[in-house]
Design a protein around this ligand. Structure first.
Ligand SMILES: [Zn+2]
Length: 294
């Protein structure tokens, strides 16, 4: 592991752990944007996992025929799995001792089984929703096979401290105070963002709280029609989702220095890494057999 930065934040690596070929924004495939945080006291911390090795080797078996062939069509490329990217960075995946989840949708948890010894931190509402799988949407988005290896879960309920205009923000057991769980309910019942202080200041991984950056930047919410339709199809609580987007707009207005990004927008991912996509994925291609969200 490289030495921790001298500043008060940590070194953060932005990883894209899936290419969703079927859905595109302005011609680019959707990403699964995850973070790898180097901490001196808690080892490596992963924020979301994206798809994992078994998903990327045999997506139909793990993710189902609909996700694989109809509405997502993930690229079959095991090098995208977080565990393989972590090795490629020169780290030992066994040093990933903690994983912080925005939520438990299959495209965020697929890599959990690649890190069987890590503690998995998430909001209690999300944990309960994923375990109970009540209703049609829950049965399709939460797949118990993703946690069949019985990871150690650490769950958090409503209590917390205010942070930058958000309520009930929680520090996490065994993790430093530079990593926080920020409730952003709506996409799912217990969906959260994850704030991390890196060497340049705070960043906020907003998970699936929005897909179109214009939803959270500027005084008024703007959203491409298809992006809005897609989010409405997969949301759990619309009112919560929209009120949390309003909070995110207030955050970006009051604190432009905080870097806010979502899990799937390919342009936010490319901005975060600050260079062309190294894997050559998320490419602009002919949009044949893809659904343009924007
Ligand atoms: Zn997602």
């Amino acid at each position: 592991m490289t030495a921790p930065a001298a500043a008060s934040g940590y070194r953060v690596h932005h990883l894209n752990c899936a290419c969703i070929q079927r859905l595109r924004i302005h011609g680019r495939q959707l990403a699964c944007h995850c973070l790898l945080v180097e901490t001196p006291s808690a080892g490596l911390v992963l924020v979301d996992t994206g798809l994992g090795t078994p998903d990327l080797v045999d997506p139909a078996e793990r993710l189902g025929l609909m996700f694989t062939y109809v509405y997502a069509k993930p690229k079959r490329d095991p090098s995208l799995a977080a565990v393989n990217q972590i090795r490629a960075l020169g780290f030992d995946p066994r040093d990933v001792r903690h994983i912080v989840m925005t939520h438990m949708d299959l495209d965020h948890v697929g890599g959990l089984s690649d890190f069987p010894h890590a503690t998995v931190h998430l909001h209690k509402l999300e944990f309960d929703a994923a375990m109970q799988r009540r209703g049609f949407k829950a049965k399709h988005r939460y797949l118990p096979k993703m946690w069949a290896h019985m990871p150690r879960f650490a769950t958090y309920s409503e209590e917390g401290e205010p942070w930058m205009g958000f309520e009930a923000v929680r520090g996490l057991a065994g993790l430093p105070p530079e990593i926080l769980l920020v409730p952003l309910f709506g996409h799912t019942l217990g969906h959260c963002g994850v704030a991390v202080r890196d060497t340049r200041g705070w960043l906020l991984h907003a998970g699936d709280a929005y897909f179109d950056p214009r939803e959270v930047n500027g005084p008024q919410r703007h959203c491409a029609f298809q992006v809005g339709l897609f989010q409405a199809m997969v949301q759990t609580r619309r009112r919560d989702r929209l009120s949390n987007q309003a909070r995110l707009r207030a955050l970006t207005a009051a604190h432009p220095e905080i870097r806010v990004f979502s899990a799937h927008n390919p342009f936010e991912y490319l901005d975060a890494i600050g260079k062309p996509d190294p894997a050559g994925s998320l490419h602009r291609g002919r949009p044949d057999s893809a659904w343009a969200l924007a």
